[in-house]
Design a protein around this ligand. Sequence first.
Ligand SMILES: Cc1cc2nc3c(=O)[nH]c(=O)nc-3n(C[C@H](O)[C@H](O)[C@H](O)COP(=O)(O)O)c2cc1C
Length: 318
Amino acid sequence: MAPAAPIVSALPFTGPFLLAPMEGVTEPCFRDLVLSLHRPEELGGAFTEFARVVDRPLPRRTLAEHLGARRHPMPVGLQLMGSDTDALARTAERAVAAGAPLVDLNFGCPSKGALAGCAGSALLDDPPRVEALVRAVVDAVPTTPVSAKIRAGGQDDRLLEDLARAVEAGGAQLLTVHCRTRAEAYRDTADWGRLERAVAVVSIPVCGNGGVAVHGDLRRLLERTGCRFAMVGRAALGDPWIFSGHEASGAESARFLLDYAAALRGQRGASPRAVAGRVKQLLAHWTAGDLVGGDRRSWLTETDPERLLGRLGAVAAE
Ligand SMILES: Cc1cc2nc3c(=O)[nH]c(=O)nc-3n(C[C@H](O)[C@H](O)[C@H](O)COP(=O)(O)O)c2cc1C
């Protein structure tokens, strides 16, 4: 008898717009707040920041921490980054045991740590290796969807089509393309033509990422590129309502930031200074409402955590 074909569930997303994985930002506190602002059809899902796998599987506890305790109607994919095939595959099994509805593989991180460990965007120069890693993870979690997030290339975009095909050949159910190359890092312009190129060579759904600045860009990206999903990174840090297009007021903005601070304070060992630093990280990007306006500098140079929160409290009460 032929071996039973693996049963892979359909993609679990509840809509076409997704919150990008962002290290140091899309941990449970921020993610829970953004997810709770939206209906499932407005924001279809989110991702954890990457969990770095070196040469042994990560403990299930660490993976559960990435996923967070709260469950939403929208799924949160657990992103793994590594290049040790066995450690990655075993970690994926544990991720599923910890409750991950989808496992995502990171082939885009440009950090020195990732490059030194030949992980993340280091693998963009080696499509066969990308394929092998995807396949190992797909085989390890046959009943859970696996996705892979690539950049358009390393130094240039010449391997884009090969990379997209490698992800599909490895058995992934979704390909996310951040349309900048590693060399382009996070520069302002984003070439959506590269998303079209990826869509043209694979039959799995493609999620386009890069350069979404306002709500209207989400639909524009889908229409122009043929992508089935659109992912937002930095613009969601400045406007967490970007997925619905709700135009938040200054008071709503301040309340979001206060709720974020309260959630962070509930974490073990979070000092007031660290909490204020995280709030300021969002203020550096903030575009929603009339909270920041031309006054960004005064928010970012506020050194006293109590004064920062007090100032937000005053706006929230308006
Ligand atoms: C602070 C920060 C952290 C990031 N961390 C990750 C990460 O953990 N995994 C990942 O795949 N991409 C990561 N990225 C990249 C984003 O997911 C996204 O691909 C990139 O920001 C481009 O989208 P944007 O133009 O909408 O910002 C990060 C980006 C930022 C700004």
